[in-house]
Design a protein around this ligand. Structure first.
Ligand code: PAF
Length: 278
């Protein structure tokens, strides 16, 4: 495994990818968990060369968000990746990614302003910009992304399509703890009591799915029943919505294209989760 710290070295490598090799890319912000490693596994399976980036992107954090405290453990990350048949780890510095006088940003209209984008203004502008930069630097054929960040996948698929970038996203299933909590680097913030409360996200999804199976399709009713679970566990709901899986628009009547999607504060930690209705 080679560790690449400079943009120029990564560009040298990507300019010379062997012509027949399929290159897979897993962009991360580090503090890796089994969810990230499942993306690496999938990349290894479908590609000849696997590149993982580790970069905590300041541009996707709001002024009151957890950038300074975002969990980091590069030694552990490198050890995990070293055991996972990764070929290259790209680990750039902010000085190189956003040099002085950096001026160019990418925005995906509409999709960036709803759901998490409504509560975190500017977040997806930061995500779209860094991911386009990373894709331009790494030049992968396939990019592996977890469906836990479902909106992120939709925003980035739209960006790549609109800007005629040939990299394809391979969305990969959410990896969950045994009790249903979606894996996230932010789970480390939860104290034991909050860890228990955090189950309300997957429980709300499950109740909505089971009511839908029984024939309830009215979104207001389904959302009300899901919200009750969050309140019962003292979670603070940011949003709970039933949206169309492609457009992310609210659906008044749920159907087989519906995605259940939510964000909840457990104490000071904001967690997200989602699932297809069927
Ligand atoms: O999902 C993430 O970890 C980040 O948003 C990403 C895609 C690495 C961009 O910084």
């Amino acid at each position: 495994m080679q560790i690449v710290e400079s943009v120029s070295r990564m560009l040298e490598l990507s300019r010379d990818w062997p012509p027949k090799a399929k290159v897979g890319f897993v962009p991360t912000m580090g503090y890796l968990h089994a969810g990230h490693l499942s993306l690496v596994q999938q990349a290894n399976l479908l590609c000849d060369i696997t590149v993982v980036s580790i970069y905590v992107n300041p541009a996707q954090f709001g002024p009151k968000e957890d950038l300074a405290n975002y969990p980091r453990d590069i030694d552990r990350d490198l050890q995990l990746l070293g055991n996972s048949q990764v070929d290259y780890v790209f680990f750039p510095t902010t000085k190189e990614i956003y040099p002085e006088n950096y001026r160019t940003w990418v925005e995906v209209d509409g999709l960036s302003g709803v759901l998490c984008g409504g509560s975190r203004p500017g977040h997806f502008k930061g995500v779209a910009t860094i991911v386009l930069k990373l894709v331009n630097i790494v030049k992968p054929h396939l990019m592996f992304m977890g469906e836990k960040d479902f909106q992120q996948v939709v925003v980035l698929q739209t960006m790549l399509r609109d800007l005629n970038v040939s990299t394809q996203i391979v969305p990969c299933p959410i990896v969950r703890e045994k009790d249903g909590l979606a894996m996230s680097s932010r789970n480390v913030y939860l104290n034991p009591q909050e860890r228990e409360q955090a189950l309300c996200l997957s429980e709300a999804i499950q109740i909505i799915k089971s009511l839908y199976k029984k024939g309830i399709t009215n979104s207001d009713e389904l959302i009300r029943r899901g919200s009750e679970i969050i309140e019962r566990k003292d979670g603070r709901l940011d949003y709970l919505k039933l949206v169309d899986s492609n457009s992310l628009e609210d659906m008044t009547v749920a159907d087989s294209h519906t995605r259940i999607i939510l964000a909840v504060f457990i104490g000071r930690t904001r967690l997200i989760d989602n699932q297809a209705m069927v």
